[in-house]
Design a protein around this ligand. Structure first.
Ligand code: DLL
Length: 439
């Protein structure tokens, strides 16, 4: 019998004195820039073109002179063009499912896997998990990094992993009850689906041992967290990562649930102005740029994530010295421009979830009407509300329209739809349906 520990393992690196951490980062930065330069044609050419060489990196600030890397660089060098290790040293490949065309491919040496495992173990520990916990891992296993990334980290933590992968919701609920899962890993949208099915099957999640949800892989809002925690009694933690950098395990909330600590001994964060590429100070919102400080198989130098956030200037009350980023609410490429106004899907989620009687299932439909862009938000309402008098539905609809106008400053059409109308997702939710291209 495994003896449950009552405290999460603490990684000393999360609490390193700032000067020690900066020194470690600089040492690692110098080495990785040299490796990238010597072993990857693209980096060598880019650095030469900019007139910057590995020996020029004398301080962490010098990182700003290095060229950026973008997603298209991975596409252009598909499949293996950015690898800095021979295939004989590469022990794993993952790929992201691009919506069109070829995926992007990422590679790991044995050492890279160890580092990824460590950052995921620290993620779970930061979320208060430890050996003795039973972690139901409902992130997809396969080319997606979520499943295996969480799996290795949970095992290293000493927890019991249930490698159930995504989907098959009723089975998830059966296992959750029978195996006594204390934590679940999945996208927040999939968890809302699990909660809905549980409710339909009259399973009271609150009566189960489940106490933590390790949610990420898609944007979600504070309002969604409130909804999840209120309906399930489960503490909802936000975790962040991307395939290009490692997968999940780049950053994680701690028990304060106020910003995500970046494991910056491995992944060096910067915030830049997405328009000019200029570095911004801590506390200023911009695009997150990450440099992998240790990744051997595929170093990423100043990778532009397109995720918009800021580095939080104050130290966290948990005592970790590794810096935090604010929750990622949007990407620079998910902005909708409707009638000249910039709108982000997360603004819509925040506005509608704050209204009583709304279920957390919605989608944003874009279409063209008489040559003009049109936006409609379709929102599911509870069966009780749906069977209410027309008057009540109209009231709710105008409340929602008002809430949306308050955040976006334009009138947005709202359609209330019956329970189960909107397609549920088992992974990343597709919130925006764009019919404009089909017209
Ligand atoms: O989604 C890795 C991951 C798996 C993260 C499981 C967390 C949990 P990709 O498929 O490459 O990798 O997608 C990465 O997803 O650039 C963000 O835009 C978005 N994303 C990931 N986590 C969050 C989050 C995985 N917590 C892209 N909040 C990233 C907002 C997130 N967006």
């Amino acid at each position: 019998m495994k003896k449950p520990a009552h405290e999460s393992p603490v990684s000393a690196t999360d609490f390193l004195p700032k000067d020690k951490l900066r020194k470690l980062q600089l040492d690692r930065l110098k080495k990785i820039v040299l490796r990238a330069y010597e072993r990857t044609d693209l980096y060598k050419k880019r650095m030469k073109d900019k007139g910057i060489f590995p020996g020029d990196i004398k301080s962490l600030e010098d990182i700003r002179h290095l060229p950026f890397t973008i997603k298209n660089d991975l596409r252009d060098t598909y499949p293996f063009g950015l690898f800095a290790s021979p295939m004989s040293e590469i022990v794993r490949l993952h790929a992201s499912s691009g919506t069109t065309g070829k995926p992007i491919v990422v590679a790991y040496t044995k050492e890279d896997i160890d580092i990824w495992t460590d950052s995921m173990m620290r993620t779970f520990a930061a979320c208060g998990l430890h050996s003795g916990d039973v972690i139901q891992n409902a992130y997809g296993y396969g080319l997606f990094t979520g499943g295996l990334g969480a799996h290795y980290g949970a095992e290293k933590l000493g927890a019991t992993v249930i490698p159930i992968s995504g989907g098959n919701t009723e089975r998830q609920l059966m296992i959750m009850q029978d195996f006594g899962s204390t934590a679940v890993c999945c996208t927040p949208s999939y968890f809302t689906f699990l909660l809905e099915r549980a409710h339909e099957l009259k399973i009271d999640i609150r009566k189960l041992p489940l106490r933590a949800g390790i949610f990420g892989a898609e944007p979600w809002t504070e309002e969604m967290r409130v909804h999840i925690e209120k309906t399930s009694g489960v503490k909802a933690y936000d975790i962040y990562g991307l395939s290009e950098i490692t997968g999940p395990g780049v950053g994680s909330e701690c028990e304060m649930q106020n910003g995500l600590h970046i494991f910056e001994d491995y992944f060096y964060p910067e915030i830049i102005d997405p328009e000019t590429g200029k570095a911004l100070l801590d506390g200023k919102e911009g695009e997150l740029v990450l440099t992998t400080l240790c990744k051997q198989a595929m170093p990423m130098i100043r990778y532009r994530t397109r995720d918009i956030t800021m580095i939080m200037p104050e130290q966290c009350r948990c005592g970790r010295t590794i810096r935090r980023i604010r929750r990622i609410s949007r990407r620079s490429d998910d902005m909708l421009i409707i009638r000249g106004v910039n709108i982000f899907p997360s603004q819509i989620e925040s506005a509608i979830l704050a209204v009583e009687g709304i279920l957390p299932h919605y989608q944003i439909v874009l279409s063209k009407e008489k040559g003009l862009d049109n936006i409609e938000v379709q929102v599911e309402v509870t069966e009780k509300v749906f069977s209410d008098k027309v008057r009540a539905l109209e009231d709710l609809q105008s409340k929602l329209m008002q809430a949306l106008e308050n955040v976006t400053s334009i009138r947005i059409g709202v359609r209330l739809v019956a329970h189960q109308t909107i397609k549920r997702s088992e992974g990343k939710a597709k919130r925006v349906i764009d019919l404009r291209k089909q017209n």
